[in-house]
Design a protein around this ligand. Structure first.
Ligand code: SF4
Ligand code: SF4
Length: 388
């Protein structure tokens, strides 16, 4: 296993982190197959992984209820006496905070589920701009100060899918942020905070951890023939997983990559890749860019996320509605995109809130019939999350 320093925390972290949102399950998302999941975690830890990431809602029966991932991880660490050997990262459900005492309520519950009296890295989960405003009004920074001074939490940070300007704004609000989790893979350099966000994290020495390195598995499953042909043309042969992971580990602004693994075979494969120094040449970088360009030709519409059509007078989040629809087509994975669509976009900002007033149409730089495109988005995702 190879290790990196995690920004200003000075922690040495394995460059592969164990994400626990896609553990093996039987019949339903909340029913973790514990024997199998235990073997996976044990193999990972015994082969050098020293950081495990979970969150309050992972493996819950609903989209954001209390999940069984934390419960399972806590039990596993306790029964196998691994707690002191690993760095435990989990997340506060920031969207669920309604009053000040909720911060402590969730943290206390999480400590109980995880069977520990401290969390190494505590992140505000999936911060959106409204959630950030809400928790700020509820004195979240006082809560974080208290977590740190009481020792209940060793390092604080946040995970987010926001754009780079908001990421920087939040980072600049609090000098004690030490870790930020953002989405990155070779398709997402300019999606959400992307490469510019990573650049800023490096500048301010905040540890960067990456989520969705394989785009929920879509960079490695059902690979279109056009993409396969490109990979086959490479001088150095790599598997699609190796391309995706080594792309990230060749970046000097990436400290750790969390991979949500589902089988022992995946853990073995990822551990082996994470233990191998593999320099991506300039030619290989160009090939990766070509693969990304080719994936983009499979998009559902030609929205470039320029933002000229915003704000919609009726509150529709046009950009993200069209983006999630595009991603679903590009990656042929409706479930993953539906999770993003329903969790990141507020109820009254989704495609079904469009009233077809057509006010946005003249502003579209790509001459899209935006309400017609939103209708397609609505027909595709529906009005409630039922994609499990
Ligand atoms: S057509 Fe729909 S998206 Fe466009 S401005 Fe009107 S309500 Fe908003
Ligand atoms: S103006 Fe058109 S291309 Fe730009 S974000 Fe809006 S829909 Fe997309």
């Amino acid at each position: 296993m190879l290790y990196n320093k995690l920004g200003k925390t000075n922690l040495e972290v394995s460059r592969l982190g164990f994400g626990t949102m896609r553990l093996p399950t039987k019949d339903s998302n909340d029913n973790i197959v514990e024997d199998e999941a235990s073997k996976m975690l044990e193999y990972g830890i015994e082969n050098g992984i020293n950081i495990i990431d979970t969150a309050y809602p992972y493996h819950s029966a609903t989209l954001d209820g209390s999940g069984n991932s934390e419960t399972f991880v806590g039990k596993f660490l306790k029964e196998n006496s691994y707690r002191e050997e690993i760095l435990l990262s989990t997340k506060s459900p920031s969207w669920a905070i309604e009053e000040k005492q909720d911060f402590d309520f969730y943290l206390d519950e999480q400590l109980k589920k995880l069977q520990t009296d401290y969390i190494d890295i505590y992140l505000l989960h999936s911060l959106t701009v409204p959630d950030w405003e809400n928790v700020q009004n509820l004195d979240v920074l006082d809560f974080l100060d208290d977590c740190l001074s009481s020792g209940r939490v060793k390092h604080v940070g946040f995970s987010s899918h926001i754009e780079v300007d908001y990421l920087i704004e939040i980072l600049d609000e609090y000098p004690k942020w030490e870790v930020v989790m953002t989405q990155m893979n070779y398709l997402d350099e300019y999606y959400q905070s992307g490469v510019m966000g990573l650049d800023y994290l490096k500048e301010v020495n905040v540890g960067s951890v990456i989520m969705e390195p394989l785009r929920g598995g879509r960079l490695v499953q059902n690979i279109p023939p056009e993409i396969r042909e490109l990979w086959d043309s490479a001088e150095v042969k790599r598997t699609p997983v190796e391309w995706a992971m080594q792309y990230l580990w060749n970046r000097d602004d990436v400290d750790c990559v969390f991979s949500g693994m589902t089988s022992l075979e995946q853990v073995k494969q990822n551990v082996e890749i994470a233990s191998t120094e593999d320099i991506i040449s300039e030619n290989d970088q160009e090939l990766i860019r070509e693969v990304a360009r080719t994936y983009r030709t499979f998009l559902g519409n030609s929205c470039t996320r320029c933002g000229y059509c915003m704000p919609c007078p009726h509150g529709v989040d046009i950009i993200n509605c069209l983006t999630e629809y595009n991603i679903a087509h590009m990656m042929q994975n409706p479930k993953a995109s539906a999770m993003q669509y329903f969790s990141l976009i507020d109820d009254d900002s989704r495609a079904d809130s469009c009233v077809d007033c057509k006010e946005c149409i003249p502003y579209c730089t790509q001459m899209l019939d935006i309400p017609a495109e939103l209708q397609k988005v609505y027909e595709y995702f529906g009005s409630e999350f039922d994609h499990f």
